[in-house]
Design a protein around this ligand. Structure first.
Ligand code: BTN
Length: 234
């Protein structure tokens, strides 16, 4: 079951770091680490992840018994986060490949999957801005960031959001990959938009069944399976 056992820290370096240590020590599938505050939160591409204490959900989940579908974990997690947000708040979420969750073109949640596939485990780290206000984001991030409170105008208790999130993760992580792909594609924020990636520019044309981003550029169609893409027609 996703969500038990649960370890909660008032202050911790990074819930992903703690969950990785627990996984390496044999913690069971579904173990969750949560925190009120992180001092060294990690984001994708080696960036730091900042969140105002108590105004964001910060959690990491230990996943075991990875199958060949593990490549879709980051996508399944993004679908689950989107569904949980919509279950607790009157918002509508889209996903920017591979797993940024957006509301109205602004990022409300980020997901960092780390793991040791050779040891059969991974950790899904989720940072979801629940009650943050504009003043909680550094000025340069303000135009691109949001929270459930900012987007919907109503505060939802963090524990209720966590419960919804654990439920949706339980469902989506055990889901048929075809259903995960269909749900992800229905939320694709990039499809048909002009994007730039390291090495080119073109139009986003959906995702492959392996979860790669399909892009069409001057040199034809290709699949990107890692790296960052930026929207050019914001
Ligand atoms: C991103 O860059 O978009 C991913 C951000 C992931 C942040 C979360 S917060 C909880 C967990 N612990 C971490 O150190 N990172 C993830």
């Amino acid at each position: 079951m996703i969500g038990a056992p649960r370890v909660h820290h008032r202050v911790v370096d990074s819930t992903n770091e703690r969950a990785r240590a627990l996984a390496a020590a044999g913690a069971p599938h579904g173990t969750v680490v949560t925190a009120h505050e992180q001092t060294a939160g990690r984001g994708r591409h080696g960036r730091a992840w900042m969140a105002p204490p108590g105004r964001a959900l910060l959690l990491s989940v230990v996943i075991r018994d990875l199958t060949e579908e593990a490549a879709l974990l980051p996508l399944a997690a993004a679908v689950a986060v989107s569904e949980a947000c919509e279950a607790v708040s009157p918002v509508s979420c889209a996903i920017k490949w591979p797993n940024d969750v957006w509301i109205g073109g602004r990022k409300v949640a980020g997901i960092l999957v780390e793991g040791r596939p050779q040891e059969g485990w991974a950790v899904i780290g989720i940072g979801l801005n629940t009650e943050a206000g504009p003043e909680d984001f550094p000025e340069e991030l303000r135009p691109a960031a949001t929270s459930l409170l900012m987007a919907a105008g109503v505060a939802v208790p963090g524990e209720a959001t966590l419960a919804a999130l654990l439920r949706s993760l339980e469902g989506r992580l055990g889901d048929d990959p075809r259903d995960v792909l269909e749900a992800w594609r229905a939320r694709d924020a990039l499809r048909g938009r002009t994007v730039r990636w390291s090495g080119g520019e073109g139009t986003a044309a959906g995702i492959s069944d392996a979860g790669a981003l399909v892009v069409e550029g001057a040199e034809g169609r290709r699949e990107l399976d890692a790296g960052e893409v930026h929207l050019l027609d914001r």
